[in-house]
Design a protein around this ligand. Structure first.
Ligand SMILES: O=C(O)CCC(=O)C(=O)O
Length: 321
């Protein structure tokens, strides 16, 4: 006869593990409450968009959208919108975008000069070069530095945000309702961060995004990113297939072994590349940023969705104060 028993120490371990999950959720509760206050329509999305039937039902409302801006000049020479859309449909990611060198340099210079906010806290303001000194002064690790609305003061950021290729890909993939919902630039610094800070910064844990029913995010590296610079990882094929257990939980983050077991060992791709390289993904697929171990990473995100943009999420700020 096979039997299993729960010893007191097993019990404590289980509570500690749950404590981790609850802590991860607790970090996000103020964000969720702020979203509901700002837009009550967020609640059904938050509950149902995590399920495959809920999403499929919403995809049926997509109106056909293509061709509107295909002839307008784009900074992304040689990229065919439909090739990107086909890759998004199949893999959930298209990894072949490249910013012009002048745009990359302008955004990078801007992000070096413009003070950012540490760990999403507007009271912690510093220039990227002063990261270590700021950590020493405050006596705690600083994992991320966001520029929030300051990003829009950079003309090159606006030029990328408004590029016709991005909106063409968004309309072809998401439907004619596609609209801009995020623009952010931020640093990820090598440091020893707490789990709560890593969770808030969406680092080191596979998760999917639930900011809208249907979304795509364009990401661009503004420094060279290798294994030590906290590369982004995406699980190919995870945008349109979901284990039941992962549809019926409120948690968006899940352990790597569960992900790899379900989607296959070859499904995660780690995106490294030179400054200016970029990719577009469907963030319902599992993905994560990894914590930088050697050099800071500077990243820009331009996101499209189908619902009214939230003031909060536009620049990635958890709660507006
Ligand atoms: O920092 C990254 O590479 C990932 C960011 C992320 O996970 C997100 O925007 O949801």
């Amino acid at each position: 006869m096979h039997s299993s028993s729960v010893t007191p120490s097993n019990d404590l371990e289980a509570i500690a593990r749950k404590g981790g999950k609850f802590r991860r959720m607790a970090v996000r509760i103020p964000t969720y409450m702020a979203d509901i206050r700002e837009n009550p329509a967020w609640l059904p999305m938050f509950l149902l968009a995590r399920t495959i039937p809920g999403r499929r039902a919403h995809w049926l409302t997509a109106r056909r959208g293509d061709g509107a801006s295909e002839t307008l000049p784009s900074m992304f020479e040689g990229v065919d919108a439909q090739t990107a859309v086909n890759a998004l449909k199949g893999d959930g990611i298209f990894p072949d975008l490249q910013l012009p060198a002048a745009i990359t340099q302008e955004i990078s210079a801007f992000a070096h000069e413009t003070p950012c906010f540490g760990n999403f806290d507007r009271k912690v303001e510093f220039a990227a070069a002063d990261h270590r000194a700021t950590e020493d002064r405050l006596g705690r690790p600083i994992l991320s530095g966001h520029h929030f609305e300051r990003a829009l003061d950079c003309p090159a950021v606006l030029a990328v945000q408004r590029d016709p290729l991005l909106s063409e890909i968004a309309r072809r993939y998401l439907g004619a309702q596609a609209q801009l919902i995020t623009t952010r630039t931020w640093w990820s610094f090598p440091t020893k961060a707490s789990e709560a800070d890593r969770s808030l910064a969406s680092l080191d844990k596979y998760h999917f995004d639930l900011d809208d029913w249907r979304m795509i995010k364009f990401f661009f590296y503004l420094v060279d990113v290798d294994a030590g610079t906290g590369p982004h990882v995406y699980v190919r094929g995870s945008h349109n297939k979901r284990r039941m257990k992962h549809q019926l939980t409120l948690l968006v983050g899940h352990p790597a072994d569960e992900i790899v077991e379900y989607y296959g060992e070859d499904s995660p791709i780690t995106l490294t590349g030179k400054a200016g390289s970029g990719f577009v993904e469907d963030p319902f697929g599992f993905h994560m940023g990894t914590v930088a171990t050697e050099k800071p990473r500077l990243m820009m995100e331009i996101g499209f969705g189908v619902s009214k943009p939230s003031r909060r999420r536009f620049h990635g700020e958890p709660v507006l104060r």
